[in-house]
Design a protein around this ligand. Structure first.
Ligand code: SF4
Ligand code: SF4
Length: 232
């Protein structure tokens, strides 16, 4: 999922100081799952802004909080907002950077500001309640060669051919030997599987053209139709 972190209240106040009527929009997708930008957090932010106005006199005069099923879906977001957006001077979006940009396009000319910082694509360890970066969406996945452990993301130097000289006792020098060295993890996993041939295999430098941005893709409509007819 996409991991986001809410911005400081003072930052949100600074970004919205010119808006008298403010709409806070949470997202029921990733931002809600990470308990940062869902409906509940949108309502809490509304309460904080109202309290701030009562106690310090700054902030918007009227605030409403809602949430949208998935802000990154243009149709869903447009349907949710089209009849009401004209009632507001500005919007705080609690979704990720994709959500902010989707809403900005839909709400124009009403300005949309980010209420969160988008951090990374990550795994949620629910027992520890921590999030770990797992993928940089490189566009050419090689997890089948690395035992399901991504060296591009989890090796601090994104090395492709084994560990650098900075690992000690399985820990990475970047960050002061606190994180596991991804290449030691990969070695151990491949050894368990009896596939050290993949560890010693030479991997050529990556072709960064597959990661050029902005990227776009589409669903293959013919393939989708084929699936539908096979299902019947
Ligand atoms: S190789 Fe790593 S960064 Fe690339 S798609 Fe696979 S998991 Fe993501
Ligand atoms: S110690 Fe391991 S994880 Fe850290 S940069 Fe070197 S190879 Fe990558």
């Amino acid at each position: 999922m996409i991991i986001v972190q809410q911005k400081h209240l003072d930052k949100i106040l600074e970004m919205t100081k010119d808006y008298k009527r403010l709409l806070i929009i949470g997202c029921d997708g990733c931002a809600s799952v990470v308990k940062v930008g869902g409906e509940r957090q949108a309502k809490v932010l509304k309460s904080l802004l109202e309290l701030r106005r009562k106690t310090k006199g700054d902030g918007p005069a009227a605030v409403k909080a809602i949430s949208i099923l998935r802000q990154c879906d243009k149709e869903i977001s447009a349907d949710a907002l089209k009849s009401s957006i004209a009632n507001y001077d500005g919007v705080v979006c609690l979704g990720c950077g994709v959500g902010v940009q989707t809403l900005a396009e839909i709400c124009e000319p009403t300005p949309v500001v980010p209420g969160t910082d988008t951090k990374f694509l990550g795994m949620h360890d629910t027992k520890e309640d921590k999030f770990y970066e797992m993928c940089k969406a490189c566009g050419d996945c090689l997890l089948f060669e690395t035992g399901g452990i991504c060296p591009i993301t989890r090796c601090a130097k994104s090395l492709l051919n084994g560990p650098c000289g900075g690992q000690a006792k399985g820990k990475c020098e970047v960050g002061g030997w606190t994180n596991d060295c991804a290449w030691i993890l990969i070695y151990n996993r491949l050894k368990e599987r009896g596939r050290l041939d993949l560890f010693t295999k030479f991997r050529a430098p990556r072709d960064f053209r597959v990661s050029e941005h902005p990227r776009e893709t589409s669903i293959d409509v013919d393939e989708e139709k084929g699936k539908d007819s096979n299902d019947q």
